[in-house]
Write a protein that binds this ligand. Structure first.
Ligand code: A2P
Length: 335
């Protein structure tokens, strides 16, 4: 038998699925056979992997026979319905949806932070929400150095976080604006071009959105800090790729801006871009296409000696989704 792994990518025509195919190639993941899955609508199309056209298949359990690792990014409903069957058939599922993230039996993993959690998996490993990943990367070294007490986070999330329909909505509206035509929202609840929408996912009874509660609960689970106070606001912005987050982090022990810079610079998967005199700080247009998260604008909080303000930007299709998922699969291979 040829060396390598039989891999399935579910949601292969979508924004995260397409990026997963690219990252598997870039990182030279040992793929022996690649199978691509999407909805009924895409059967008959192909996706490209390693220079070859791969036919898109309908999502049905028998088509996964022999698959060893399956990457899921086709939405929660699909993960809930198919992932358990596919695990039953012998594959490990790396799930990008929110379906299993808060299940105590399912590890929720950012490899730079809690790689050890993968070991306890029972067939499914969950990949956190994209905004959570970008936010938690710089929080981890601060937590290790001074024990986090409270985090206030405000996100600025790209249209592609809502998938290919989100990208298309922003593109069509920008084109309509340039032609002097009406901008008609087709995917987002409001105009996204030249606008901000403080509403991602459903509102709960307390006024917080689903996206905001993911940031609260997933951050606590990944950092193994169940009592961490997290105060979130998540906002959709007219940017194609990269989520940015303005963070205020309070620790039990004061860390200070200079030490925080050192901690960020040393942490794997984080890059420090913090040179205000040179107008150097992370921005989506600079970070797009990169696998690391970039931190800058590091300041001591003027109102609280134990808190820091900073700004972190990550390509949410890469580190926020596909790169993190492929890193999890690499951990699985290492055993
Ligand atoms: P399709 O392109 O056939 O609709 P995005 O997050 O960019 O919107 O992509 C979602 C991905 O999930 C796409 O690949 C999409 O396929 C896939 N998908 C959506 N609904 C289903 C479904 N019911 N079964 C399988 N795949 C689905």
């Amino acid at each position: 038998m040829a060396a390598g792994i039989a891999v399935a990518v579910v949601g292969a025509t979508g924004a995260a699925g397409q990026t997963t195919l690219r990252i598997l190639e870039e990182r030279k993941f040992p793929v022996r056979e690649l199978r691509a899955f999407a909805s009924e609508r895409s059967v008959g199309k192909t996706v490209t992997f390693a220079g070859e056209a791969v036919p898109v298949q309908r999502l049905e359990a028998p088509a996964f026979k022999g698959v060893e690792i399956a990457f899921f990014s086709a939405g929660s409903a699909q993960s809930k319905q198919y992932a358990p069957m596919i695990v039953e058939a012998g594959a490990v599922v790396v799930d990008k949806s929110s379906a299993f993230r808060m299940d105590p039996a399912v590890p929720l993993v950012v490899p730079e932070i809690n790689a050890h959690a993968v070991r306890g998996h029972r067939g499914i490993v969950a990949c956190p929400n994209c905004t959570t990943i970008v936010t938690v990367m710089p929080l981890k070294p601060l937590h290790d150095a001074g024990r986090l007490r409270r985090v206030i986070a405000t996100s600025f999330q790209a249209a592609s976080g809502a998938g290919v329909n989100g990208i298309e909505d922003l593109r069509q509206q920008a084109l309509a604006w340039a032609r002097g035509e009406a901008m008609v929202p087709r995917h987002f609840p409001h105009q996204i071009a030249f606008n901000l929408i403080p509403h991602i996912d459903r509102f709960g009874a307390d006024g917080y959105t689903g996206e905001e509660m993911k940031l609260v609960n997933e951050t606590r689970k990944i950092l193994e800090a169940p009592d961490l106070l997290v105060s979130p606001t998540t906002v959709r912005v007219p940017v194609f790729t990269c989520h940015s987050v303005a963070v205020n982090a309070e620790t039990e022990e004061a860390i200070g801006a200079a030490r925080a810079r050192e901690l960020f610079a040393r942490f794997p998967g984080l890059r420090l871009w913090d040179d205000p005199a040179q107008n150097r700080y992370p921005m989506p247009v600079l970070v797009e296409g990169q696998d690391e998260c970039f931190v800058g604008r590091i300041r001591e909080d003027l109102s609280n000696p134990r808190a820091l303000n900073f700004w972190v930007v990550g390509d949410q299709l890469r580190k926020g989704a596909a790169t993190n998922a492929v890193q999890i699969a690499e951990l699985l291979l290492r055993g």
